[in-house]
Design a protein around this ligand. Structure first.
Ligand code: DDH
Length: 286
C-alpha cells in the first residue's frame, strides 16, 4: 500500500494498466476518459447538484443509467488501483484516471486536484437524463452543456475527446470509431469532421449515425448526429475549423476545459481544500 496522498504512485499504476491487448483497440484509456466525463457531466449549475463528487455510479440509480452503459468496464479496470491505494476515493480515482489516460495517449497535461469524497448512500445522486443524447442536435447540446456552465467554445473543445475510443452497439447502439487511430490523442476528430464526406446510415438496430467509407480502412469511420451538429451550427462551426487547423490551440483549450469539467460541483478554499465534500451539502434527493 502506498502512503496516503502519494498521487504519483496512483498515477503510475493507472498508466501501467492502460495497455489491454484483449480490449477494444488495445487500450483501457478511452473508456477511462468517458468514466471521468460521465462522473462529472451530471452537474447542474442552477441547483449545484451532480458533478464529480460522490462517485455515484457505484449505485444502481446512476450506474444503471443507460447513458452509462459500458462504464463498468472502466470501473473494473481501476479496481486493482483502488485495492493498492485504498486511501484514494473513487471520485478522485475516476477523475484522475481520465486525466492520466489522456496524457498517456499523447494528449495534454491537465490540472487535477484531489479531495473528492464518495457518497455513502444513494440519497444525493443526480436524476437520470442529464447526459447528452447522441441522436439530438445543437439545441440539445447547448442545453446540456449550458446547464453545466460551458460556453460554445468550451463545448466544441470538450467534444474533441471523441478523438478517443469508439461506440459499441451493445452499449449506446451506435457503432465504430471517429478516427482510425482511436488510442492516440490529436485533433484528427476535427480534421476528419471538416474534410471527409459523411453519409447518413441506419444501422441494423435502427440507430442512425453518419459514416465515411474508405477502402483502405478495416471499418467505416463514424460521427454521431451530435458531432455533425457541431459542423452545421453557425456558432460551433468556427471552433471546429479552428481546432482542425491548430492542434496546439485545441490541446491548450481542451486541457483547460477538461480540468474545469472534473471540478464541476466542487468548491475549494484558497489552499485548494474542498469545502463542500462532506456528504451533507444540499443535494438532490431522489
Ligand atoms: Fe462521448 N460518447 N459524447 N464524450 N465519449 C461516446 C463515447 C465516448 C456523446 C455520446 C457518446 C463527450 C461528449 C459526448 C467520450 C468522451 C466524451 C459514445 C459511445 C456515445 C454515444 C458509447 C459506447 O457505445 O460505448 C455525446 C452525445 C456527447 C455530446 O457532447 C453531445 C465529451 C464531452 C467527452 C469527454 O471526455 C470530455 C469518449 C472518450 C468515448 C469513447 C469511450 C469508449 O469506450 O471507447
Amino acid at each position: 500500500m502506498s502512503k496516503p496522498g502519494d498521487y504519483a504512485a496512483v498515477r503510475a499504476d493507472i498508466a501501467a494498466l492502460l495497455h489491454q491487448p484483449e480490449y477494444d483497440d488495445g487500450s483501457a484509456g478511452p473508456v477511462l476518459v468517458r468514466l471521468a466525463w460521465h462522473s462529472a457531466g451530471t452537474y447542474d449549475a442552477a441547483t449545484d447538484t451532480g458533478g464529480s463528487n460522490g462517485a455515484g455510479m457505484r449505485y444502481e440509480s446512476e450506474g444503471g443509467d443507460p447513458a452509462n452503459a459500458g462504464l463498468q468496464h472502466a470501473r473494473v479496470f481501476l479496481e486493482p488501483v483502488k485495492s493498492a491505494h485504498p486511501w484514494i476515493t473513487y471520485a478522485d480515482l475516476w477523475t484522475l484516471a481520465g486525466v492520466v489516460a489522456i496524457r498517456e495517449m499523447g494528449g495534454p497535461d491537465i490540472q487535477w486536484l484531489p479531495g473528492r469524497t464518495d457518497f455513502t448512500d444513494d440519497s444525493k445522486l443526480p436524476p437520470r437524463g442529464r447526459l447528452p443524447d447522441g441522436a439530438q442536435g445543437a439545441e440539445h447540446i447547448r442545453f446540456i452543456f449550458g446547464r453545466m456552465g460551458f460556453s460554445d467554445q468550451e463545448i466544441v473543445a470538450l467534444s474533441g475527446a471523441h478523438n478517443l475510443g469508439r461506440c459499441h452497439s451493445d452499449r449506446s447502439g451506435f457503432h465504430g470509431a471517429w478516427v482510425s487511430n482511436p488510442t492516440r490523442m490529436s485533433n484528427s476528430y476535427f480534421r476528419l469532421l471538416t474534410s471527409l464526406d459523411w453519409t447518413r446510415k441506419t444501422l441494423p438496430n435502427g440507430v442512425e449515425q453518419f459514416v465515411h467509407h474508405d477502402d483502405d480502412l478495416d471499418e467505416d469511420l463514424m460521427m454521431l448526429p451530435t458531432d455533425m451538429a457541431l459542423l452545421s451550427d453557425p456558432h460551433f462551426a468556427p471552433w471546429v475549423r479552428t481546432y482542425a487547423q491548430d492542434k496546439e490551440k485545441f490541446f491548450h483549450d481542451f486541457a483547460a476545459v477538461f480540468a474545469k469539467l472534473v471540478e464541476l460541483g466542487i468548491q475549494r478554499d484558497a489552499d485548494g481544500n474542498i469545502t463542500n465534500a462532506d456528504n451533507e451539502r444540499g443535494g438532490y434527493h431522489s
